[in-house]
Design a protein around this ligand. Structure first.
Ligand SMILES: CC(C)(COP(=O)(O)OP(=O)(O)OC[C@H]1O[C@@H](n2cnc3c(N)ncnc32)[C@H](O)[C@@H]1OP(=O)(O)O)[C@@H](O)C(=O)NCCC(=O)NCCS
Length: 179
C-alpha cells in the first residue's frame, strides 16, 4: 500500500528508516506535542522496536512520510473498537528541518482519504494539546472541525493541559438518510 501526492509518499516503514526516525524523533519540540509513548530521549533501539511493532499489520495503519524520496516522519491511525469501530484516531510527526513546507497537510489529506475510502471509516479525529497551534492549523487546512475541548485531560512534562479535539466526517455519511 502506497499513497502519493506531488513529492510526498506514504508507504510502509522499513528497517532502513530506523536511523532517520531516531534522528527526527529525538527532539524535545516533538516530544512536548505527542504522547509519552514516544519517549525522550529517543534512541535507535526505540525506532527499531517501533518499526518491528508495525510489521505485518493488515490493513496497514502506520506509514512513513517520504518527502522528495527521503524519510521525514510518521503518520498513523488507530482504528476504534466495539461501537467506535468506524472511527479512527490519527497521529503524526515530522522532523523539525522539514516543518512548514506543507508536508503534513498533504500527508493528513492522504491518510484521511485512505481511512474513508479503503478502510470505510466514518469519522477520523485527533486530540491536540492546547499550545500546539501548528497542528491545529494543519487540521483546519485539511477540513477538520474543532469539536470540543477536553478540559485538563492531559498531563505532559508534569503540567496539566487542555486537549482540543478535531474531527472530519466521511462526506458520504453526512447525508441524513444514512443515520
Ligand atoms: C505540527 C506538525 C505536524 C506540522 O507539520 P508541517 O508539515 O510543518 O505542517 P504544514 O507545513 O503542513 O502546516 C503548518 C501550518 O502551521 C503554521 N504554523 C507553524 N507554526 C505555527 C505556530 N507556532 N503558530 C501558528 N501557526 C503555525 C504554518 O504557518 C502552516 O500554516 P500555513 O500553511 O497557513 O502557513 C509538525 O510541526 C510536527 O511534527 N510537530 C511536532 C509533533 C506534533 O505536533 N504532532 C502532532 C500532534 S497533535
Amino acid at each position: 500500500m502506497k499513497m502519493k501526492s506531488d513529492n510526498i509518499v506514504l508507504r510502509r516503514l522499513t528497517d532502513d528508516d530506523a536511523p532517520h526516525m531516531a534522528t527526527m524523533a529525538n527532539n524535545e519540540k516533538i516530544f512536548r506535542n505527542v504522547r509519552d509513548a514516544l519517549p525522550h530521549p529517543y534512541t535507535l533501539e526505540d525506532a527499531i522496536t517501533f518499526i518491528n511493532s508495525c510489521k505485518n499489520h493488515d490493513p496497514i495503519t502506520t506509514f512513513a512520510i517520504e518527502y522528495c524520496g527521503e524519510y521525514v516522519g510518521n503518520i498513523g491511525l488507530v482504528p476504534g473498537s466495539d461501537v467506535y469501530r468506524k472511527s479512527a484516531e490519527i497521529g503524526y510527526f515530522i522532523g523539525e528541518p522539514y516543518w512548514n513546507k506543507g508536508i503534513v497537510t498533504t500527508a493528513l489529506n492522504l491518510i484521511t482519504e485512505y481511512c474513508f475510502h479503503d478502510l470505510g471509516m466514518i469519522r477520523v479525529f485527533t486530540g491536540v494539546f492546547e499550545y500546539n497551534t501548528a497542528s491545529m492549523r494543519v487540521l483546519e487546512k485539511c477540513g477538520f472541525e474543532k469539536e470540543c475541548v477536553f478540559k485538563k485531560a492531559v498531563i505532559k512534562q508534569e503540567k496539566i493541559w487542555d486537549e482540543v479535539r478535531f474531527s472530519k466526517i466521511n462526506p458520504e455519511f453526512l447525508v441524513e438518510e444514512n443515520h
